[in-house]
Design a protein around this ligand. Structure first.
Ligand SMILES: [Zn+2]
Length: 140
């Protein structure tokens, strides 16, 4: 019985992951929303992180902007990203509340925690690696 539950969970995760990748390839974000407590998650997850409910459904996440929570500058890159090094990876809190980790485009000297960033998609990449955030000019 335990093995069966594990298999179902794996299938669900794979389906959510596939939808997430397909959405990103089409320039939008899909996450999950818990049907019991309403929490939303990105990337999608089959079990609610907050209340542990398995009743989650896919929803479009309509955020275009966010703010930079933290970042690091990558000097030693994996082979596929060596052409970009040094580059910045950051965690962004979207205007809709979810958090995403992605490459941050812009002058590293301009980076600051709390700065606003705009969601964008790299045209030459497929899947979640397409996610980018671009520093927005100062607005205040
Ligand atoms: Zn929940």
């Amino acid at each position: 019985m335990k093995t069966m539950e594990y298999k179902e969970s794996t299938i669900t995760t794979s389906r959510f992951t596939q939808k997430y990748k397909e959405a990103i390839d089409q320039d939008y974000l899909v996450g999950t929303q818990c049907q019991d407590c309403g929490a939303t998650f990105l990337p999608p997850r089959p079990i609610c992180r907050d209340c542990k409910s398995p009743r989650t459904k896919l929803v479009e996440i309509t955020a275009e902007k966010g703010s930079l929570l933290t970042y690091t500058i990558i000097h030693v890159a994996p082979p596929s990203l060596q052409h970009m090094a040094p580059y910045v990876v950051g965690i962004v809190e979207l205007e809709t509340g979810q958090r995403l980790t992605a490459i941050i485009l812009g002058d590293p000297a301009e980076l600051e925690i709390g700065k606003n960033v705009l969601l964008s998609f790299d045209l030459d990449t497929k899947g979640p690696g397409r996610l980018r955030f671009r520093l927005l000019p100062e607005s205040n």
